[in-house]
Design a protein around this ligand. Structure first.
Ligand SMILES: [Zn+2]
Length: 681
């Protein structure tokens, strides 16, 4: 691994980069006031809602919510992992990327090169093994018979490069593990397993030498008839005792190479030929293979058609392959994991319609409900999400085999929309004939609705839920809003919350000018309840970084000790800005990329503020911080007074109380309109 890229370099990179140039080279931008706009590259639209701000070095789409810095854009648009996005941006600016000391003895650049080289070597190794498996299938009569029995045709076997791993404990090991380095690489990509490695239960403790093991040695080989012919004997260049530490992961399995979006093999899935267990076996997580991100068949889908509008997400490789074979080349599979948010985001970068297929049994229904919850945050206008439930006892493979591609496609076309599924599921869990049932329905629906980003989609979903309850949508909205403190984005009442239509000066968010009543009403009218002040202060600071100067060092230090969620973050942001007063929004955000607050900060950066300019922002920020400190002051005072009444104060507390009381006198004397004295009762 290369060493970490120092934060100071990211800072400099963002300071030097020009996001308008960068995005402009990929998306045609039009100047609009201080900013630039375009039709969003991340969702389908006819009128531009994608804005790029040169001042903030930030982009934001009001349609789909996409947003980020120059680095973020490269990661999203060019689909680069963070380090590669840094390399790309630095390359454009002619800056070498430094790495913090990683390996002793190697220069930082050399380490990065070595890393890239290693990755390439692993990809090549996987490709060679995939070729070998593929050729192996042609050679094995038994495997070919099995593939045929499963209905796989020669062209589809070719298109997916399906292969066969021999019924041997060391076929791959002997063929590809020719030296110590090769062994290490094979292990790194998960093709061989080290004996007695704790994670591998099936590792055979009885095996001694590198010779083939009998089927009895491991449960996974139970179906096999022991060592296949021609695989006996060691005698390869690697010392027998070294090779003997390992054995092949995949034995007697039909092999499905898993390829990334560029077509590189990153892992394998294996289906056992006979009745052995486990039926399906995947490569483990490796440096190249991340199950939660990859969709099997996506590369092949893109090969089959240049453009398509829909992806059908199924569970297995066999399902995927067979659906492709029957004229549904948009089928993809998750790889032995439930659907993840990353899967969904990947899919929506390519298509606007996503259909999930599930078995009709109980497990399938449970998986569907989990998928619904994962997909809700990605739901928005212009995207279609539907659920297909197969008849009990069927999977896509069996069904498409029996009734053919056209029938299956008709099922896909008739799949249940997300809104219908959601309502049907909740209705099945509640009794809507009674008021109690309705209340329960609302209670169950609320967290789900909250997961949907504000916008047309959420409105429609809300209307659908209201219709189910035979309630006017407005009533439901009121109930939802009343049910708890923050349902951000579910407006308390439709119509015109404050600041809606007439508010003259919009925020400085990119595209504020285009930020129609919708955004303003929803995003800015956040309740100023708990955490409201902190949130407001952070939002101001993000929009107008220079306003940080309005808060003094001493205030900042006191702020860091305020016991309120977010206060410490605010203090830290202020501190960072004080150290580098010229930093842009993009720089501020990049400093937080690896921290869990990052997401929330990005949200606030895209939220609207009604503050017109930096001077006003500075005034409001100063006031917000003042009020926060004042509240903290009152809170501490109250605690100490209460404690003094009940027990006794120690010396330090007495001192603190004294100083708090003095301060209070001072602040009462000062003419600050907003500072009501803290209530003591
Ligand atoms: Zn967009």
């Amino acid at each position: 691994m290369a060493g970490r890229i120092p934060q100071s370099f990211i800072d400099e990179l963002i300071a030097r980069a020009d996001i308008v140039d960068l995005i402009g080279a990929r998306v045609p931008l039009k100047k609009a006031g201080h900013e630039y706009k375009a039709c969003c590259p991340f969702h389908d639209e006819k009128t531009p809602s994608f804005w790029v701000s040169p001042d903030k070095q930030f982009y934001h789409c009001f349609g789909c919510g996409a947003h980020g810095t120059a680095l973020g854009f490269l990661m999203e648009y060019d689909r680069l992992p963070f380090p590669e996005a840094v390399e790309e941006l630095a390359g454009r600016l002619g800056l070498p990327v430094p790495h913090e000391a990683g390996h002793p003895g190697a220069g930082a650049g050399a380490t990065a090169d070595a890393d890239a080289q290693r990755t390439r070597a692993l990809h090549e190794l996987l490709a060679r093994v995939a070729d070998y498996f593929h050729a192996n299938l042609a050679r094995s009569e038994r495997a070919r018979a099995y593939a045929q029995q499963r209905g796989l045709t020669a062209p589809i076997i070719e298109r997916f490069r399906i292969g066969y791993a021999s019924d041997s404990w060391n076929d791959v090991l002997r063929r590809f593990g020719t030296d110590a380095r090769a062994l290490r690489d094979l292990a790194a990509v998960g093709l061989i397993i080290e004996r007695d490695a704790p994670a591998e239960r099936s590792s055979s403790a009885t095996s001694a030498a590198g010779a083939d093991q009998d089927a009895g040695a491991g449960s996974a080989a139970a179906a096999g008839a022991g060592a296949g012919p021609g695989t006996a004997g060691g005698g390869e260049p690697v010392a027998a005792d070294t090779a003997a530490r390992y054995y092949d992961r995949f034995r007697d399995r039909l092999m499905f190479p898993i390829r990334d979006s560029r077509g590189r093999v990153i892992g394998f899935g294996g289906r056992v030929l006979g009745a052995g267990e486990p039926k399906y076996l995947n490569s483990p997580e490796t440096a190249l293979f991340h199950k939660g991100q990859e969709l099997y068949g996506l590369y092949e889908s893109r090969l089959a058609r240049h453009t398509f509008e829909r992806l059908l997400v199924v569970e297995g490789y066999m399902d995927t392959v067979r659906l492709h074979q029957h004229g549904l080349p948009y089928a993809v599979a998750t790889l032995g994991t439930a659907t993840t948010p990353e899967h969904v985001r990947r899919a929506f970068r390519l298509v606007s319609e996503l259909v999930f297929a599930f078995d009709g049994d109980r497990a399938g229904r449970a998986a569907a409900w989990r998928a619904l919850q994962v997909v809700l945050p990605e739901a928005r206008a212009g995207r279609e999400i539907r659920f297909l439930f197969l008849p009990e006892g069927e999977d896509p493979d069996s069904l498409v085999g029996r009734e053919g591609g056209e029938h299956f496609e008709a099922r896909v076309a008739a799949a249940m929309p997300l809104s219908e599924y959601l309502v049907a599921h909740l209705a099945a869990e509640t009794d809507l004939a009674h008021a109690d049932g309705k209340a329960r329905f609302i209670a169950l629906a609320r967290p789900l609705l909250e997961r949907v980003p504000p916008g047309v989609y959420r409105e429609l979903l809300l209307e659908r839920v209201a219709a189910q309850l035979a309630l006017p949508a407005e009533r439901l909205q009121q109930w939802l809003a009343a049910a708890g403190p923050g349902v951000p984005g579910v407006p308390a009442a439709p119509g015109a919350p404050r600041g809606a239509a007439g508010s003259p000066n919009a925020s400085a968010a990119p595209g504020a000018s285009a930020l129609a009543a919708e955004g303003r009403a929803r995003r800015s009218a956040r309740p100023s309840g708990r955490g409201g002040l902190v949130t407001q202060a952070i939002t101001l600071l993000l929009h107008f970084p220079a306003s940080a100067a309005a808060v003094g060092e001493e205030q900042c230090a006191r702020l860091a000790r305020v016991e309120q969620p977010g206060a410490a973050v605010l203090a830290e942001l202020l501190g960072q800005q004080a150290a580098e007063p010229a930093a842009t929004l993009a720089q501020m955000l990049e400093r937080w990329r690896d921290r869990h607050e990052y997401r929330r900060l990005c949200e606030l950066a895209t939220a609207a503020t009604l503050v017109p300019d930096a001077a006003a922002a500075a005034r409001e920020l100063s006031e917000a911080v003042g009020r926060l400190l004042e509240r903290e002051h009152g809170r501490r005072l109250q605690i100490l007074i209460e404690k003094a009444r009940l027990t006794a104060l120690d010396a330090a507390e007495k001192l603190e109380l004294q100083s708090l009381t003095l301060d209070q006198g001072a602040s009462l004397g000062a003419s600050r309109p907003l500072s009501a004295p803290p209530k003591l009762s």
